[in-house]
Design a protein around this ligand. Structure first.
Ligand code: SAH
Ligand code: SF4
Ligand code: F3S
Length: 475
């Protein structure tokens, strides 16, 4: 399809984008001639797995049109794929844009593009328009598939190219993707979020929930497996509500069973499960599956039923704990991980102690702890009683201590076992070692060579180092 010559601009996708990729190749080749070398690009990802997957799509297009990957941001085309889930994610982007502007002054032909969640905020666009005129291209989360078309616009148009959509019901399939890892891959199963947790900006910047058709997902995974992938991670903000709005509704548990059948695929992960939608059917499928990894990320957010209500999470402390019991009964070796927010507006010491209580009871294998960050436009942003900074800091430290102690204890209990491990890379600090991941998501370092990368092998966990292990291969 890529070499087809089009008479006029096709209206359908993805044909339209292949047309623009051909056109972009011409501009990139001309630039290469001028520079006397292939022009380079660097995509920097902020935020979650969803953004990481989007960056692989951007990279696929850039490589198709003739850019070469650069080691760092001293490149001819720099792209920031941004996140806005917490204020510090935004601050990082503003800070780094400062450096880029200095670099661009000495390299005027350089292009800078910004995309991702932060670009869906009108105030951000205002600020960029006013004070960051050196940025060449700005687009959002809904039209990322148009990257080739937008690149062509930057070659043909003077000034900033800005294209932001408020929402979309469109899913464009079959565009090029360049994976970061040859042996594992994220796979989007749905986009957007309908949950509107009161603190969270994601539904506003990622739009309404849209599920991909099961046959498109299966076809993508089959291609990935044919291309050497053994582990996939199914991605969505709330995978448990997958398929509800499809013309022929399908449950997430049903999708998993179809994915399980794909020959050659060894491991299945998924992210993220909202506790309110986690079905008994899913627990049963997890219990029976040979391929679904023994790991469940189940965000708690708070252990206080009162705060959970304020957060619009649709479950309470008891329901969460009951769910954990059910899962542990059905899948005894499962590792549980979570996300917790400290300092939600109005959180009292009692509320916080409820969170500590859940943490102590569940004993997570790992937990991401976040300080509440006020996001403009969300319902929680208008709650007046903010928790004083020093109180939040104190609670955060106490919580962190607890989750770290639990995680270390959980890991310690695995010492001496032999587990199957997917080897991911040669260890960065010591190249006699390779690093692999257990089904339960723990990491192990052990003596080995580069040829093991991408293979699943048995490793004995010899020594626990808190959050990771040292091990040795068992023949
Ligand atoms: N869809 C996923 C989470 C996506 S955001 C889910 O519902 O689990 C990842 C995590 O960021 C959330 O689980 C939450 O713990 C945290 N988070 C989201 N908004 C936040 C905010 N305003 N302040 C602090 N943490 C936040
Ligand atoms: Fe945000 Fe809640 Fe949606 Fe997760 S489920 S992305 S926390 S609104
Ligand atoms: Fe951030 Fe967007 Fe993900 S806000 S956490 S990159 S969905």
């Amino acid at each position: 399809m890529e070499n087809k010559i089009y008479e006029q601009v096709p209206q359908e996708e993805p044909q339209r984008q292949f047309y623009y990729m051909e056109k972009a190749k011409g501009y990139v080749n001309a630039l290469a001639e001028k520079l006397g070398r292939r022009p380079t690009f660097c995509v920097t990802t902020f935020g979650c797995q969803m953004n990481a997957r989007d960056s692989e799509k951007l990279t696929g297009i850039l490589e198709t049109i003739g850019y070469e990957a650069a080691e760092n941001e001293e490149a001819d085309f720099v792209i920031y794929n941004t996140c806005t889930v917490r204020e510090n994610a935004n601050n990082k982007v503003w800070g780094r844009l400062g450096y880029l502007s200095t670099y661009k002054k000495h390299h005027p032909h350089m292009k800078i593009a910004l995309c991702g969640c932060m670009m869906q905020e009108p105030e951000v666009i205002e600020k960029l328009r006013k004070s960051y005129r050196f940025v060449d291209l700005i687009f959002g989360t809904h039209n990322i598939y148009k990257f080739a078309e937008l690149i062509v616009a930057t070659f043909e148009q003077k000034g900033m190219v800005i294209d932001i959509w408020k929402d979309t019901d469109k899913i464009v399939e079959d565009l090029p993707v360049d994976r970061k890892y040859s042996f594992k891959s994220g796979v989007n199963i749905m986009f957007g979020c309908n949950n509107f947790c009161s603190y969270c900006i994601v539904p506003y910047v990622r739009g309404r929930e849209r599920s991909r058709k099961p046959q498109d997902i299966i076809r993508e995974i089959e291609h990935l497996v044919a291309d050497g992938v053994v582990e996939i991670m199914l991605l969505g903000q709330n995978v448990n509500s997958y398929g509800k709005n499809l013309d022929t509704p399908v449950t997430f548990a049903e999708l998993l069973q179809e994915v399980e059948k794909i020959e050659g695929l060894e491991r299945i992960r998924f992210m993220t499960s909202h506790p309110k939608d986690l079905s008994d059917e899913l627990i049963e499928v997890m219990g029976k599956s040979k391929k679904i990894c023994k790991h469940l990320h189940l965000p708690l957010q708070s252990g206080s039923s009162r705060i959970l209500k304020e957060m619009n999470r649709h479950y309470n402390k008891e329901q969460y704990l009951t769910l954990v019991d059910k899962i542990r009964k059905a899948v005894p070796d499962i590792a549980l991980t979570t996300d917790i927010i400290v300092g939600f507006p109005g959180e009292t010491e009692e509320d916080f102690l409820e969170t500590m209580d859940v943490v102590k009871r569940v004993r997570y294998d790992s937990a991401f702890t976040f300080i509440y960050s006020k996001r403009t436009g969300t319902p929680a942003a208008s709650i007046k009683e903010q928790v004083p900074e020093d109180v939040v800091k104190d609670r955060f430290d106490r919580l962190l201590k607890e989750v770290q102690a639990d995680a270390a204890e959980r890991a310690q209990a695995l010492t001496g076992r032999t587990e199957s491990v997917l080897v991911e890379e040669v260890n960065e600090q010591d190249n006699h070692l390779v690093t692999g991941r257990l089904s339960n998501n723990f990491i192990v370092h052990f003596p080995g060579t580069k040829d093991l990368v991408g293979k699943i092998i048995n490793v004995k966990l010899k020594e626990c180092k808190g959050f990771y292990f040292y091990g040795e291969i068992v023949e």
